[in-house]
Design a protein around this ligand. Structure first.
Ligand SMILES: NC(=O)c1ccc[n+]([C@@H]2O[C@H](COP(=O)([O-])OP(=O)(O)OC[C@H]3O[C@@H](n4cnc5c(N)ncnc54)[C@H](OP(=O)(O)O)[C@@H]3O)[C@@H](O)[C@H]2O)c1
Length: 264
């Protein structure tokens, strides 16, 4: 087992939502490598158990909690669970997210309610619960997963874009209100990252356009200067910086990491 006491996040504890796979698991991996104790959250026990087993090798404390972040009272319960487990909470990563892709005219009320509940309402109340703990202590790092979809328009995903624009706005407002209390609040805006969600996006867009996921993939690659999807770990390295004490001067930012994507 490796000694993590000299890691960039040594002595820190973090709550990461959507940590069972994709970008959230990659962030959990890098945080553990840098010495942080973690509370991992996702909806399913079995994927969380696999994540915990994988991360145990880093030698920090890994706790898990199966919960729907959009559930009533979930935010306060999760922050309380982290504080109870570790004695404090230094870092919150609002990563859990859902994607529903449809042509604009086909969205139904249930799509809007679910997307906004998971992608906006849950981060809002998790931030509220975390900030109530962090501000009196005079230290905290909050990282929200937004998207390039929070910066510009995309076809066939208006409600997802709505939710990610909201995350960018919430990030700015929370950063402003807590700027003098040692808490920074920033967002990561990935372009296309190789995860289950990116696969779903390609399938949705293919259905909407009456074409194949392979053809959609090719079109997406043409919009990315580097000609590739990012790997989840690339977002995780940015998260480590934002979560570290060294990032004290950065707040209210929504940082693109997209391989050079163009908006068309
Ligand atoms: N992939 C991309 O290209 C991309 C680009 C820009 C932004 N993003 C954003 O980055 C974040 C992570 O995306 P990803 O691609 O890694 O997604 P993903 O592969 O679909 O994974 C989503 C994670 O969130 C969890 N989750 C989903 N709904 C939840 C809920 N209601 N409560 C608790 N956990 C929940 C999932 O676990 P369970 O299913 O086990 O619950 C899983 O761990 C999202 O906010 C997404 O919008 C992704």
């Amino acid at each position: 087992m490796q000694d993590r006491r000299n890691g960039r996040l040594a002595g820190n504890s973090a709550l990461i939502t959507g940590a069972s796979r994709g970008i959230g698991l990659a962030i959990a991996r890098e945080f553990a490598r840098e010495g942080a104790d973690l509370l991992l959250v996702a909806t399913r026990e079995e994927t969380l158990a696999a994540a915990r087993q994988e991360l145990a090798g880093f030698g920090t404390r890994i706790e898990t909690r199966a919960a729907d972040v959009a559930g009533s009272g979930a935010a306060a319960a999760l922050v309380t669970a982290a504080v109870t487990a570790f004695g404090k909470l230094d870092i919150l990563v609002n990563n859990a997210g859902v994607y529903v892709g449809k042509p604009f005219l086909e969205y139904e009320e249930a799509d809007v309610d679910r997307t906004l509940s998971v992608n906006v309402k849950a981060p809002m109340f998790l931030m509220q619960a975390a900030l109530a703990h962090m501000a009196p202590r005079g230290y905290g790092r909050i990282i929200n997963l937004a998207s390039t979809a929070g910066k510009w328009a995309s076809r066939n995903q208006a409600v997802y874009n709505l939710s990610k624009h909201a995350v960018v706005g919430l990030t700015r407002c929370a950063a402003l209100e807590f700027a003098q209390q040692g808490v920074t609040v920033n967002a990561i805006c990935p372009g296309l990252v190789r995860t289950d969600m990116a696969d779903a996006l390609e399938q949705n867009n293919a259905r909407a356009a009456g074409t194949t996921p392979e053809s959609v993939h090719g079109e997406l690659l043409r919009r990315i200067a580097q000609g590739r999807f990012l790997e989840p770990g690339e977002c995780a390295h940015l998260a480590v910086y934002m979560a570290s004490p060294e990032a004290a001067g950065m707040t209210g930012q929504s940082v693109l990491i997209d391989g050079g994507m163009v908006f068309v």
